[in-house]
Design a protein around this ligand. Structure first.
Ligand code: TXE
Length: 466
């Protein structure tokens, strides 16, 4: 394991900072501290645990400029999108705080009156809820505030201690999140950042943790599941997708084109629920393509620190080759390259926004997660053809249908195995709804009440009055 992580600015390729890495011994020590601190944290009242979380909420807003600048520097995320991400966290905190008491409340599910026999007083059956204990929160870099906060905020509210491993691509932001929580009053040993690459993540899984909540790729998710299996602990995996969208012949084409262009290219396509495949009915194909291209060409690409920039560099250098390979594979198999298609000749890891048409499912661009500013658009002759193609993936995170007929859209979406279904919208997450994937997109759910109760385990209380 290397001693330091080199944090590089994707927009300039300059070294920002070298960050010390937690080795096996440091990880073991952090686990010990968290294990010792957790019972005291769980013994506080919910109101006492809510207080520092609300202070964290305030600090996010107060320090948004500094935090957004840091996030932009290490991931290349355009500054306006970095601010949007941070300023959306308070809404999620509000949902968690408003629902925490209800989720935690014990439920009396049965009560038997006392009988006139010795030792046979009233019998009550009550379901109580205990925290899991010390959990590992292994996180991705693409939305560190969202994907981290979806775990550590409800986990802390429910009385768990959290060992938080930010991605190596967002290590400085991970440290900043930890500082913010500590400044807000979360005890240092109750929330501990664990800094490093996948090797540090693997070392964390060696510890006798009580649950692992992972966000990242399918490939790593499988490794996490294998490492966690013998421990028999709660294991939650929020993984990638190859999310499809279908434009019906009755769609409002202008709305569909603008929405899907944003869904495909926001955060440079580096969203788990980014639109990755578009199917368009032949009746509206030409009109859609024209409107879609117009929107894509209007996106401002450039310096991530400029508030008007919509497209910055990709966050990881190796992804440039993945994208170039997908484009080359598609073109070799007959796709038409309508726009972009290559790395830009400028400093930084910039890939031109890329639109491919005449694509089909023999091409990797329609099969494997692109996770970048590349989209394939395929013409289809019917709803049935669209459904068949949308289903042709091992992933199942989200799917979208654009059209004016609600029943038709819902009938299409019902046939797809996805955790989220969108009608006339896409690339959207709500704190009130469960965020989950089917198939290779993962296990378990964050957000919604299900995403709070997942940090608890039920206990059956059989209480007989003496
Ligand atoms: O993932 P990686 P990335 C998905 C998104 C894409 C991926 C991108 O669709 O597929 O995440 O994130 C650590 N043992 N989602 O590139 O490489 C690693 O250090 C333990 C889904 O970061 O899998 C990092 O902290 N840990 C989503 C984390 O795992 C290990 C929302 C993820 O790394 C490890 C956002 C190991 N052996 C992104 N190897 C959703 N569905 O909600 C690596 N890591």
């Amino acid at each position: 394991m290397a001693d330091v992580l080199s944090v590089i600015n994707p927009a300039t390729e300059a070294l920002i900072q070298e960050v010390p890495v937690d080795d096996e011994a440091a990880v073991a020590q952090k686990f010990k501290q968290a294990k010792r601190a957790q019972p005291e944290w769980a013994a506080l009242s919910l109101a006492e645990r809510i207080k520092p979380i609300l202070r964290f909420r305030e600090l996010l807003i107060e320090r948004v400029d500094v935090l957004a600048t840091l996030l932009t520097s290490e991931t290349g995320k355009p500054i306006t999108q970095a601010r949007n991400e941070i300023l959306a966290v308070p809404g999620r905190i509000d949902f968690f705080v408003e629902n925490a008491a209800d989720v935690l409340a014990p439920e009396r599910v049965y009560c038997e009156p006392a009988q006139a026999l010795p030792g046979m007083g009233t019998l009550e059956e009550v379901i109580g809820y205990d925290p899991l204990g010390v959990i590992a929160n292994i996180s991705a870099w693409n939305y560190p505030y969202f994907v981290g906060g979806n775990v550590f905020i409800p986990a802390l509210l429910m009385g768990n201690a959290v060992l938080y491993k930010p991605s190596e691509v967002a290590a400085l932001t991970g440290g900043a999140i930890a500082d913010l929580l500590h400044d807000a009053g979360i005890p240092k040993d109750v929330f501990m950042p664990v800094i490093g690459s996948g090797l540090t993540g693997a070392a964390l899984l060696e510890q006798p943790i009580d649950g692992v909540f992972f966000t990242g790729s399918y490939a790593t998710g499988q490794k996490i599941a294998v490492a966690a299996a013998p421990k028999l602990i709660r294991t939650q995996l929020e993984l990638g997708g190859k999310d499809p969208a279908y434009v019906c012949p009755d769609a409002n084409v202008a709305v569909a084109a603008a929405g899907l262009a944003d869904g495909a290219f926001y955060n440079n396509g580096q969203s788990c629920c980014a639109v990755e495949r578009i199917y368009v009915h032949a009746d509206v194909y030409d009109e859609f393509l024209e409107a879609f291209m117009k929107t894509v060409k209007s996106f401002k690409l450039g310096d991530s620190t400029d508030p008007d920039t919509y497209l910055g560099p990709v966050s990881r250098k190796p992804q440039l080759d993945v994208l170039a390979d997908q484009v080359a594979d598609a073109v070799a198999k007959g796709a038409a390259l309508r726009w972009g298609g290559e790395r830009l000749d400028r400093p930084g890891w910039y890939f031109a926004p890329t639109v491919l048409t005449e694509v089909n499912h023999t091409m990797t661009v329609m099969q494997e997660e692109s996770f970048g500013p590349v989209i394939g658009i395929q013409r289809v002759a019917s709803d049935e053809e669209a459904v068949g193609l949308m289903q042709d993936t091992p992933y199942g995170l989200t799917a979208a249908v654009y059209g004016t007929d609600r029943e038709r859209a819902i009938a299409i979406l019902r046939q797809l195995k996805t955790g989220s279904a969108y009608w006339n919208c896409c690339d959207r997450v709500s704190p009130r709804l469960p965020w989950s994937g089917r198939g290779h997109s993962g296990l378990g759910a964050t957000l919604s009440r299900a995403g709070i109760s997942t940090f608890l385990q039920p206990r059956a209380w059989h209480l007989r009055a003496g």
